[in-house]
Design a protein. Structure first.
Length: 145
């Protein structure tokens, strides 16, 4: 059960709802009450409240944009290092893959060649550029052969 709201607060919330719909800010619309409650509880300034709310909107837009671009590209399956199940492939050295995921080999302009059985593991193996570095727009090339 929610606490009764002040009529003035309810009117302001309705106004905010109308404005964010007009401005097309879905995350702000969905989360402004939650962020406001957090700001009051943590004694944040109005500017820090607004910054946190807008950061949330920007982050969700970037995430939606990435998902939309991947769907538009019609890639068969999105695979990321974070989703790789090392327990399904016990011969894959987890420490080596973690070191490669850091991407220092990209900055050093070194080459990485992953070799495995033909027709096995290629589609399911993590790709350079599929981890955090790949989302930072690092250019990598995957050569199948």
């Amino acid at each position: 059960m929610s606490a009764p709201r002040n009529p003035k607060t309810a009117a302001l919330e309705a106004l905010i709802e109308a404005h964010v719909v007009e401005l097309k800010l879905p995350t702000v619309r969905r989360r402004f009450r939650e962020f406001a409650a957090d700001a009051v509880r943590e004694q944040q300034t109005p500017v820090s409240y607004l910054a946190a709310l807008l950061d949330s909107e920007i982050a969700e837009r970037a995430e939606r944009r990435e998902r939309r671009r991947l769907l538009d590209a019609r890639f068969p399956i999105v695979k990321r290092l974070e989703d790789f199940h090392f327990d399904h492939a016990p011969t894959v050295p987890q420490a080596t893959i973690a070191a490669l995921a850091e991407g220092s080999w990209i900055d050093d302009r070194e080459q990485v060649i992953l070799i495995g059985e033909s027709g096995r593991g290629d589609a399911g193996s993590p790709r350079p550029g599929s981890g955090r570095r790949g989302r930072r727009r690092r250019r990598t090339r995957r050569v199948a052969g």
